[in-house]
Write a protein that binds this ligand. Sequence first.
Ligand SMILES: C[S@@+](CC[C@H](N)C(=O)[O-])C[C@H]1O[C@@H](n2cnc3c(N)ncnc32)[C@H](O)[C@@H]1O
Length: 213
Amino acid sequence: MPGELARSAGRRFARFATNLTVRRPGLWPLLRPLMRFQFDWLAPYWDSLREPGYLDAYERALAEVEAARRILDVGTGTGLGAFAIAERFPAAEVVGVDLSADMVAEARRKTPPELAERMRFEQADAARLPFEDASFDLVTLGNMIPFFDELGRVLVPGGTLLVAFSSGPETPIYVPLERVQAELESRGFSQFAELAAGTGTALLARKRPRGLS
Ligand SMILES: C[S@@+](CC[C@H](N)C(=O)[O-])C[C@H]1O[C@@H](n2cnc3c(N)ncnc32)[C@H](O)[C@@H]1O
């Protein structure tokens, strides 16, 4: 288990990398190796570091989503959020992607057998997702840096985006929801809903349906 000093340095790096990437996405390739190293290192301990109620805001927002068949969880970590999604939507196919190969290995190892047929985990960079345009009708992010152009690209018109932060503004990887909303509005998203549960906050947004301007 990493010591408190190392974890604190990791949290500060995560906050720094998030702020810089949201302001200057072009600098992400410089940060990517360090981010990947950090989460490879944390992967074996990640679940034991989670506080109770960690998923409250994520699940609170999920409860507002009526239906979804093709779902992507970006920055899935050990897959906790993706497992909750697969349980909530029993007919859905769920894909989880993460930059860290070790996180992906943990998520695969921890996949409950009864969900395994409908779930898969892949190593991928959210800045360049390996999926066709309009591949998913729900895309989710828990405590993850949003790469707005890619999120808009892989969602179907009319699809839903869910962005949640477990500890609100205290979350190391955190983007203020007003900033998330403004970035999404400029890319044609609307119907925003802010939610809160426990210490967490979340935002739901809908990509403009085809034919509406
Ligand atoms: C704070 S953890 C959150 C993990 C999980 N969603 C959760 O809430 O437990 C952030 C995760 O995002 C991953 N990540 C960071 N940048 C990424 C990127 N550009 N593409 C894909 N995954 C990324 C990290 O490897 C890490 O597993």
